[in-house]
Ligand binder design. Structure first.
Ligand code: RRO
Length: 302
């Protein structure tokens, strides 16, 4: 089957890519990263950051909880030292970007508009920056302000990464589309908590954190379904995807492509199995193009 998909001016060889923060170029020692539809980096920030107090990750028994807090070297050093490593790969490179203000998003988007960067994933939804997990993507207004500022600063495609920690994801999705986003990534992690029974304290140093893994899948699927009906731009599904069957469910619910995160921590080559699984599904069910699956379960297409 034809596995290629188009996402806002970009053609991907297949619809499978990593979720930001779960993946680095060192995975190239496990498998050929150019077999992926795209590469997505950990969020880059304008200034260097130390990250959150440890422990930063906890296993809950039904998925992962994280509060990493975006440690990193800052955008200038990232462009000097990390970008050249990423550029050894041929798959389109999507750089995740997080910033504290709309104007900082714009300035950083301008700095990332260089050879070798195919698109910017605007991480307006990190749950671990404020004590209460509020992010740009919690409300339509701040989400639109961040995307509009970036739109004025770069010609690169902008993918807005939305949050499950919001009352009305469809309204945020529409606001991002109107502000000039080329695609939506749905969704970032959902706020959760784990308690360590030995200490009777939160398992994470920061207290709350972002929950991911199989238990989050029905929520992410519902968000994709809502957002896909609210916008015309492509939706990229993310949340608990570990197999080709999971991915097909997201495509049917309206996604054009999918991201795999937590599953890669259990099986580093999970993304390759997802690609294989989608391909096998298409063959078994007579779909000559994977893109024909997109939105097939939406009420408007019944
Ligand atoms: O670094 C993190 O703590 C983090 C980020 Br930026 C994000 O967007 N989502 C997440 O679960 N963790």
């Amino acid at each position: 089957p034809d596995l290629s998909v188009r996402i806002g001016g970009l053609t991907l060889a297949n619809p499978v890519m990593p979720a930001s923060g779960t993946f680095g170029p060192e995975l190239g020692e496990v498998f050929d990263l150019d077999r992926l539809g795209a590469l997505v980096t950990k969020s880059v920030t304008p200034e260097p950051r130390r990250g959150n107090p440890t422990p930063r990750v906890a296993e809950t028994g039904q998925g992962l909880l994280n509060s990493i807090g975006i440690p990193g070297k800052g955008i200038e050093a990232w462009i000097a030292y990390d970008l050249p490593v990423w550029r050894r790969f041929a798959a389109p490179l999507v750089v995740s970007l997080s910033a504290p203000t709309a104007s900082a998003f714009a300035e950083a988007a301008r700095a990332l508009t260089v050879e070798g960067v195919a698109a910017i994933e605007a991480n307006i939804s990190c749950p671990n920056l404020e004590a209460d997990g509020r992010a740009f993507a919690a409300e339509p207004g701040p989400a639109a302000a961040a995307i509009a500022a970036m739109r004025g600063a770069t010609r690169l495609p902008i993918w807005a990464k939305l949050s499950p920690n919001t009352g009305d994801a469809a309204a945020v999705a529409r606001a991002c589309e109107e502000a000039g986003a080329d695609a939506l990534v749905v969704a970032n992690t959902i706020l959760g908590l784990a308690i360590d029974l030995a200490t009777l304290r939160p398992a994470l140093g920061a207290g709350m954190g972002g929950y991911s893994g199989p238990g989050f899948k029905p929520i992410a699927l519902r968000l994709v379904w809502q957002c896909a009906q609210a916008v015309r731009i492509p939706v990229i599904g993310c949340g608990g995807i570990a197999t080709g069957q999971d991915a097909v469910e997201f495509l049917a619910a309206g996604a054009t492509a999918v991201q795999v995160g937590t599953a890669s921590f259990i099986q580093p080559a999970a993304m390759l199995q997802v690609i294989e699984g989608i391909s096998a599904f298409c063959t078994a069910r007579g779909f000559s193009r994977v893109s024909d699956l997109t939105g097939i379960a939406l009420p408007s297409l019944q």
